[in-house]
Write a protein that binds this ligand. Structure first.
Ligand code: DGL
Length: 253
């Protein structure tokens, strides 16, 4: 048993969608969340830059004595998970676009993946796509990251984006949409209002299963009934923390 906190990080707000599910799945754990909002977005940066930023965030969380690290950012995970796993003496788990379940649900129809440009050009994503879902349509969506960073989750702005991007694909031909960026999980309502019959997949379930297994194997699970959570950000704008708190509570459907 180990009651040290688990570090969770993202480029900004997106990983809070993962933290919400982590809290429900592992209610006894203490979480420290770090949003690198001061440096967001990551998804329009080069791989080396993303790796350097991820290493710096991991170092800050290590200083807080975390017992495991969750990369709640597909972009950071695709550029930095391997290196972080090599460098850190604690379990490291990272999120990935959920192509396997999306493909299975699609039943021969089209799978669409929304993610950042950086994730979509990483060898990790290209290999996973080739292996699990070679005919997936990959759509970069940096605009959505900025919307969620501003706290915009619904209404005309995101709906127009999805209407335009999905216009070439009739709804009846889409089997599943993979949300390959943790920011996009906050936009499920907006997507459903455009394509209500399509199943949406984030990578949270697989990530949580990986984390739970890693903690259990090493005897690192907490023994408390009710864990805590702490939200940190690299942004100096006080509104950022307010938006983070709102995103922890808001009903995302
Ligand atoms: N939330 C991040 C992800 O899952 C990236 C957003 C960004 O571009 O910073 O990919």
């Amino acid at each position: 048993m180990d009651n040290r906190p688990i570090g969770v990080f993202d480029s900004g707000m997106g990983g809070l969608s993962v933290l919400r599910d982590l809290k429900s799945a592992l209610p006894g754990e203490n979480f420290i969340y770090f949003g690198d909002n001061g440096n967001a977005p990551y998804g329009t940066r080069g791989a080396e830059d993303i790796l350097a930023l991820s290493l710096a965030v991991a170092e800050r969380l290590m200083e807080r004595g975390v017992k495991a690290l969750v990369i709640a950012c597909n972009t950071a995970a695709s550029a930095a998970e391997e290196t972080l796993r090599e460098k850190l003496p604690i379990p490291v788990v990272g999120i990935e676009p959920e192509l396997i379940d999306a493909k299975a649900r699609a039943g021969g129809k089209r799978v669409i993946v929304f993610a950042t440009e950086a994730t979509l050009r990483q060898p990790r994503y290209l290999a996973a796509r080739e292996r699990h879902c070679p005919d997936a349509v990959s759509i970069p969506a940096p605009e959505l990251v900025l919307m969620v960073e501003r706290g915009v989750l619904a209404g005309e702005e995101p709906e127009r984006f999805f209407r335009e991007k999905l216009a070439p694909y009739p709804e009846r031909e889409i089997g599943a949409i993979a949300l390959g960026c943790t920011h996009f999980s906050f936009l499920k309502r907006a997507i459903r209002s455009v394509v209500p019959s399509v199943s949406l997949f984030d990578g949270n379930a697989r990530l949580i299963a990986d984390l739970s297994a890693a903690l259990a194997q090493r005897g690192l699970l907490a023994d408390r009934g009710e864990g805590s959570r702490e939200l940190l950000t690299s942004s100096e704008d006080p509104a950022v923390l307010q938006t983070m708190r709102m995103l922890m509570e808001v009903d995302v459907g």
